[in-house]
Write a protein that binds this ligand. Sequence first.
Ligand code: HEC
Ligand code: HEC
Ligand code: HEC
Length: 471
Amino acid sequence: MPRYLAPGLGLVILTAIPSLAMAQASTEDLVRQGAYIARAADCMACHTNPGGKSYGGGYVISSPLGDIIATNISPSRQYGIGNWTETQFSRAVREGIAPEGHLYPAMPYTAYSGISDADIHALYLYFTKGTKPVDLPPERHTALPFPFNQRWLMAGWNLLYSTGKPMSAATTAAGGTQRGEYLVKVLAHCSTCHTPRNIGMSEDQSRFLAGADLGGWHAPNLTSDAISGLGGWSDDELKSYLRDGAAHGKSQAAGGMAEAVEHSLRHLNDADLDAIVRYLRTVKPVRNPNQSRPGFSVTTGKPVDLAVLDAPINRSPDALANASSINGAELYTGACASCHQLNGQGTHDQFYPSLTSNTAVGGPTAQNLVMAILKGVNRATNNGTVTMPAFEKQLNDAQVASVANYVLQRFGNDAIHVNAADVTLLKEGGAKPFLVRYAQIAAIGGVSIMAVLVFVILMIIRRKKRNSSKK
Ligand code: HEC
Ligand code: HEC
Ligand code: HEC
């Protein structure tokens, strides 16, 4: 090699090394960006079975239609998405169409349809290069009853309801003007739980974030309304609820919200949490007509009846197991007062929270009170784990109703009364929506009735849509 070439070659190598390093760093950066987007979008909550391998699937989502099993989305070539192209990945995540057919909207693609092109690219790199393959066959497959096992029916549903378009990266990237909206509507998909659904089981956008039921729990109203929504919460309270799952004197996160906090929201940076809070302030207020004061506004409980304390009752937790007592006061002193205190004020540090000034007890529905008693609270936070025991095995439904009524009477919304049948219904996941109840009846009658029913519903919806667009 001629001598004069050597320094030139050296120069080329010297300049090539940093640019190579830069190319590598930028893939790494993208994988890191994808990891953060996956957190914000909470892919983990559904695609990882508790105790199982990350993104190995198997988690069961109980929908009103039956159990839907989240799939393996690790880069396993045999069982996951290791062979998928970026286009296939993007269509599955944003449009609900996997190579093998339509997905059910239990996979929140209606929200993810807004994911920007830049973020879907980063997500793809993260799922193909930043996670470990889980080479395990699925334990269970989704098998919904007819007619819902006809996945192609989703194509019609998508035509009507899945109309989102990717948002622009320019406004939704960190620090962008639409970052908060992007987090709430798209990535963190708050509305899939907090927006009520219409007759066709799609989110009712006229009541965006106005509160909805899911699996027995109630995801409360998050609009800016001062009585039914978050108008009475300070920015700090809202931020600490999202980050820690608890805002003293307001509310605690259990059920699906505990999962959202544990797997997703507590990992977000401060700027993103602030952006969510700022955006929520702008959401159109929706008032619940049956509500005249905020759920946290009952600040002092009614005094305890001293006769209850003096009565010769057995307050030990063991006594509950024999299921003899249905006296609410007795049950409360035995099962709840050790943590929430006799007067319901909780402990000083609010590690055991007050039941007064608590939306689960003072709000327009007792669902979260009943569900918390049945299922308990279990949430990993950035400072340790928060647990309240589940009482569904210790108390029968009549006892749960009775202790709930006692708590409502003394510490919260004394206009509500629950009975054992209400508790049983919530245990089974709550009331079923219209489409499910009727489509199943239709299925028994035959496909034709089903087809007519779906057609009629679609026509009603189309007319409604046309009418509302004429206005
Ligand atoms: C609320 C629960 C939930 C969340 C959150 C969720 N998924 Fe899913 N996902 C599902 C379910 C359930 C399925 C299977 C649906 C079906 O069988 O129709 C699924 C299916 C998929 C599929 C298709 C897999 C296949 O083998 O066909 C992909 C890809 C996917 N999800 C990626 C993601 C990504 C990426 C995220 C985060 C951005 C995410 N999911 C968040 C529930 C969820
Ligand atoms: C998987 C369903 C789900 C998702 C996703 C979800 N939530 Fe929730 N949320 C709930 C449920 C259920 C509750 C009631 C929890 C309880 O009382 O134990 C709740 C409670 C809340 C509360 C307390 C309200 C009150 O009046 O007590 C706030 C605030 C909240 N969520 C905000 C959000 C925001 C913001 C997002 C998106 C960033 C979000 N949630 C996403 C299900 C969800
Ligand atoms: C061992 C202590 C303990 C006992 C016993 C206990 N709780 Fe709790 N409770 C907690 C903790 C801890 C939380 C959640 C605190 C947090 O999230 O920061 C909680 C939360 C709650 C909430 C709010 C739940 C929500 O989803 O919004 C209600 C309501 C409640 N408890 C009622 C009761 C009732 C009624 C009983 C008796 C049947 C009871 N608790 C027994 C510790 C306890």
